[in-house]
Design a protein around this ligand. Structure first.
Ligand code: ADP
Length: 398
């Protein structure tokens, strides 16, 4: 394995970490710079260090690890085979195996997922809701089984903490020799020239650029989440069809247990977490260019939930009466409800994660709504392609 350059050359293969502007950063060239240490970028960095240890790699993150404003921290952390697009089941299973066994403690927990439905023609696997949820009265108590008479249970589903995925993958990448630069905004440019803006916070809590550094990268991975397509456009002039959506994750304070199932009804996911439930609303469409998230009105009162999410929850109140019972965290303003921008690959809410070459030097890596089931495999595939190794451990052997 090639040791990183600089003061550590010849010593340990471990990479260096610059957490704040007090630590001088004097590097000027890397083989690969990964922009963004969400789970997509961090895992791609880790896989690149494993597969191509000779490449000098820098992982740059605008915030901390994980960034509190990234999509990763607020991702549902729900793995279910139901979310694997047709033909990609083996790849999803590979991602599950990574989460379960190879990434350190991501609080992986096998937890069934019950998809609830109405209608006269239920799925052949569906069972009456009361029967399917008999072992979990705390889950049944949230629902009206008359409105939602059928439940389809995925016994192989699991929950985990996506923020821990990003943290562990980045730490592992550093352990394997990647350099990591935190609190630094990368501004990519033509031909792999890049400006790094090292950020600091003033005593009036203003984020300012403390210094600018130039680096040259042979390859750049834009793993900047929802900001990736805009970076491609502004910095490189490459237009893409990708979009983004602002998703909030309100809390429902009704009791959940350590082994409660994840529930899904009408596109809403209810994930048991910290003794209550985290709600993950469906994404129906991309947000228009220039949309600024704002709280919506419920019976004339301003809330912290955006209008689309409120409408979804109100529409579900008959089927999930717990939503109307006072335990729902509506907030008073946007800052009361956790939310994050999420990339929508292809501008579609149901499109899987992807990577895409933008030019000879830059590749865009997008997670999005299905990153829980396919994010790690797509990040691996990109790393393997860059490393020039055979990329698809999930593919059946010929
Ligand atoms: P994903 O699920 O694709 O990993 P995230 O939003 O969690 O998406 O991660 C993207 C990360 O990229 C965030 O942590 C964000 O702070 C970081 N990021 C976005 N733009 C830049 C940039 N220009 N320079 C460095 N980091 C960036």
């Amino acid at each position: 394995m090639t040791a990183p350059s600089g003061s550590l050359r010849g010593a340990s293969p471990r990479g260096r970490v610059w957490a704040h502007v007090g630590q001088p950063f004097t590097e000027t060239a890397y083989d690969v710079v990964v922009v963004g240490a969400g789970r997509m970028g961090a895992f791609a960095a880790r896989e690149l260090r494993r597969l191509a240890p000779a490449l000098r790699l820098l992982l740059v993150e605008e915030g901390g690890l994980p960034n509190e404003e990234g999509a990763t921290l607020l991702a549902p952390g729900v793995w279910t085979a139901r979310d694997a697009p047709p033909g990609r089941e083996a790849e999803a299973a590979w991602t599950r195996a990574q989460l379960a066994a190879t990434l350190g403690d991501v609080q992986f927990r096998a937890a069934p997922l019950a998809e609830l439905g109405a209608g006269a023609d239920p799925h052949p696997d569906a069972r009456p809701t009361g029967e399917a949820l008999a072992d979990w009265p705390e889950a049944l108590a949230l629902l009206d089984p008359v409105d939602l008479p059928w439940a389809r249970v995925d016994a192989g589903a699991a929950t985990f903490r996506p923020g821990a995925v990003a943290l562990n993958a980045a730490q592992e990448a550093v352990r394997l020799g990647a350099d990591l630069l935190l609190n630094t905004r990368a501004c990519p440019g033509e031909g792999g020239r890049m400006t790094l803006e090292r950020l600091s916070v003033t005593n009036t809590h203003e984020v300012v650029v403390h210094e600018r550094r130039a680096v040259q990268a042979a390859q750049v991975l834009l793993a900047a989440g929802a900001a990736g397509p805009a970076l491609a456009e502004h910095a490189l002039g490459v237009h893409t069809a990708h979009g983004r959506a602002y998703r909030q994750a309100p809390r429902l304070e009704r009791p959940s247990g350590a082994d409660s199932p994840t529930l899904r009804a009408g596109g809403l996911t209810l994930r048991p977490q910290a003794g209550g439930w985290t709600l993950v609303p469906a994404i129906w469409h991309r947000d228009p260019q220039g949309y600024v998230p704002a709280g919506g009105l419920l019976t004339g009162v301003l809330t912290g939930l955006r209008r689309e999410t409120l409408e979804d929850l109100v529409a579900l109140m008959d089927a999930v009466p717990a939503l109307a019972g006072g335990g729902l965290g509506l907030g008073r303003s946007l800052s009361d409800v956790p939310g994050a921008w999420l990339a929508l690959p292809g501008g579609r809410p149901d499109a899987p994660p992807l990577w895409q070459r933008l030019d000879d030097t830059h590749t865009l890596l997008l997670g999005g709504p299905l990153a829980d089931v396919l994010g790690l495999s797509v990040a691996h595939d990109l790393a393997a392609t860059l490393a020039g190794t055979e990329g698809r451990p999930w593919a059946p052997a010929d």
